[in-house]
Design a protein. Structure first.
Length: 272
């Protein structure tokens, strides 16, 4: 699996890649992921050295109790750390946002991937990614926020797959090829814990339509059902990799690298 991201070409066919989370927010749900403008670049360099394939910067929290900020405020938090992180690492940088103006400014200042958390698959974002040759991560939310739960009784896997098919059509109509698209089923966004568990258990049934497939579940509420978020994250990530995840977005890099390594070895043993 190849994921094209601006000037980078990620080969994710052998082992799942690690997307390391760096939050530039005071209200992200996991305090240890919060970084200042001064510490973000240093942490990014350490993340790359530990085995991260992508650095994921977020300047607006999407946690259930977070307070939304404007695009202008998001840019004030983002641009200086982004420029410093770009100097510090030689791997792709993704930026979480749902504002097209923030996405454009991020791409103009060294980002390679739009991690679009809007859940809308808008033509504006698709055209922007195509203009820059950037990667575009499209997340399913069902139009809901992380503190909302869907009431629809349709199968969650079917709903996600339908949204991805719609999103791919939008992307390709805007000139963005499959190699630049990554699909995220949106674990924890507009879903019950039962939905989250079903997505993880049936990750292989999520159809990315030839695009990269991302599991972004690190330390979310579903991972705490076992009593320990890190243990729950490790086990759930392993299940998603077994189900075809090409990327896993994480807070704990060393544990994630080990998870990806052992998952690769197990897959090789099974197929060999």
């Amino acid at each position: 699996m190849i994921f094209n991201t601006n000037s980078f070409r990620l080969d994710l066919s052998g082992q799942a890649g690690i997307m390391a989370v760096i939050n530039l927010t005071p209200d992200s749900f996991y305090a240890d992921s919060r970084h200042s403008a001064d510490s973000a670049a240093e942490y990014a360099a350490k993340a790359q050295a530990a085995g991260a394939a992508v650095i994921d910067l977020g300047a607006q929290s999407t946690a259930p109790q977070s307070t939304p900020i404007t695009a202008e405020e998001e840019l004030q938090r983002l641009i200086t750390p982004l420029r410093e992180v770009r100097k510090a690492v030689s791997i792709p940088i993704s930026v979480d946002t749902y504002f097209p103006q923030v996405a454009r400014a991020a791409l103009e200042n060294g980002a390679d991937i739009i991690n679009d958390v809007s859940g809308t698959a808008s033509e504006e974002m698709a055209l922007l990614a195509a203009q820059f040759g950037a990667g575009w991560i499209v997340m399913h939310t069902g139009g809901l926020k992380s503190n909302q739960t869907r009431e629809d009784t349709t199968d969650i896997i079917d709903e996600i797959n339908s949204f991805f098919a719609y999103s791919l059509n939008i992307a390709e109509s805007c000139g963005l090829p499959k190699e630049n698209i990554c699909f995220d089923p949106g674990i924890g966004f507009g879903k019950s814990r039962e939905d989250d568990l079903k997505i993880i258990a049936d990750f292989a049934k999520i159809n990315p339509l030839g695009c990269t497939k991302l599991a972004a579940l690190s330390r979310k509420r579903v991972t705490k059902l076992c009593g320990d978020a890190l243990t729950g994250t490790i086990v759930a990530n392993a299940a998603c990799i077994a189900g075809g995840a090409n990327l896993i977005r994480v807070h704990d890099i060393e544990q994630a690298v080990a998870t990806a390594q052992i998952a690769k070895l197990l897959a090789e043993a099974k197929n060999g």
